[in-house]
Design a protein around this ligand. Structure first.
Ligand SMILES: C[S@@+](CC[C@H](N)C(=O)[O-])C[C@H]1O[C@@H](n2cnc3c(N)ncnc32)[C@H](O)[C@@H]1O
Length: 240
C-alpha cells in the first residue's frame, strides 16, 4: 500500500475509514491541540505557504481549492490574501462542521481528496496542509490533484518531514514519540491519534522522495523548502 498505513488497516478502504474516524473524534479540540503542540508554529507555516503562493492568489478570478481542509485554517489564511472565493473540502464531517463555524460564508464541501467532484483542468491552485500524509494512496492523490489543475496550475503540499540536523532530530524524535502523544491524548481524549502522528511522519517519504513522486506524477518545476529545521516541508509543482 503506497499511502497511510494506520495499525490494523489491511486495505486502503480500511486505512481511509480509520483516518476519517480518528479526525472525527479529535475535531472539536483539533485547533487547540494543534496550536499548543506546535507552539503556534503551525500558524507561521500556513502564513509562509500563503506568501509563497501569493503570485497565484493575486490573479483576478483565480480558482483555488484547499483539500483536507480540516477546521479550515489554511483556507482562512488563503482567503485573507485572495480576491476570489476559496473552496475547501474534507472527507470528515465533524472537521467541516468546525470549519463552518469559523468561516460561515465559506464554500465548503465534503469529499474524498482521491475523488474530487471537480471538473478536469478547472483550478489554478490546489493546496493541502498536513493532510496529504493521511491519504490512503499518495500516487492516486497526486493524480487527482493533477487532473483538476489547469495548465500553469500549481499544487502545494505542506507536510511534516524529517528534521535534518542530528541533535534537533533526536530532540524532536523524543518530543514527538513521548511527549506529544501524552499531551495530545489529554487534550483530545484520543491518545491513539497522537501515537499515529509520529508513526505516520516516520513512514512518509522524505522531502526529496516526495518531490520525486510529484515529478513521476507529471508535475513540472517541482521544488521544496524545509521549514523549522526540516520538521516541515513545503512542496510545489506545476502543470506544464
Ligand atoms: C491533520 S488534518 C489537517 C487539517 C488542515 N489542513 C490543517 O492544516 O490544520 C488532516 C485532514 O485531512 C483530512 N483527510 C485525510 N484524508 C482525506 C481524504 N482522503 N480526503 C479528504 N480529506 C482527508 C482529515 O479528515 C483531516 O481533516
Amino acid at each position: 500500500m503506497s499511502g497511510a498505513t494506520p495499525e490494523g488497516a489491511r486495505t486502503e478502504q480500511e486505512a481511509a475509514r480509520w483516518v476519517r474516524g480518528m479526525f472525527g473524534r479529535i475535531a472539536p479540540r483539533y485547533d487547540l491541540a494543534n496550536h499548543l503542540l506546535s507552539g503556534n508554529l503551525d500558524r507561521l507555516w500556513r502564513r509562509h505557504t500563503v506568501k509563497r503562493l501569493a503570485h497565484i492568489l493575486d490573479r483576478p478570478g483565480a480558482r483555488v481549492l484547499d483539500i483536507c481542509c480540516g477546521t479550515g485554517d489554511l483556507a482562512i489564511a488563503l482567503q485573507k490574501r485572495s480576491r476570489s472565493r476559496i473552496l475547501a473540502s474534507d472527507f470528515c464531517h465533524p472537521m467541516l462542521v468546525a470549519a463552518h463555524r469559523k468561516i460561515p460564508g465559506g464554500v465548503l464541501f465534503e469529499s474524498d481528496a482521491l475523488r474530487l467532484p471537480v471538473r478536469d483542468a478547472s483550478l489554478d491552485l490546489i493546496t493541502v496542509a498536513f493532510g496529504f500524509r493521511n491519504l490512503a494512496n499518495y500516487e492516486a492523490g497526486l493524480r487527482e490533484m493533477r487532473r483538476v489543475l489547469r495548465p500553469g496550475g500549481v499544487a502545494a503540499i505542506l507536510e511534516f518531514s524529517q528534521p535534518r540536523n542530528g541533535l534537533f532530530a533526536t530532540v524532536y524524535g523524543y518530543y514527538s514519540r513521548r511527549i506529544l502523544p501524552l499531551i495530545g491524548g489529554v487534550i483530545t481524549g484520543a491518545g491513539d491519534a497522537y501515537r499515529y502522528l509520529p508513526e505516520s511522519i516516520q513512514k512518509f517519504p522524505d522531502a526529496p522522495g516526495l518531490a520525486h513522486q510529484m515529478r513521476v506524477a507529471g508535475f513540472g518545476k517541482v521544488t521544496f523548502e524545509y521549514l523549522t529545521g526540516g520538521a516541515v516541508a513545503l512542496h510545489t509543482g506545476q502543470i506544464m
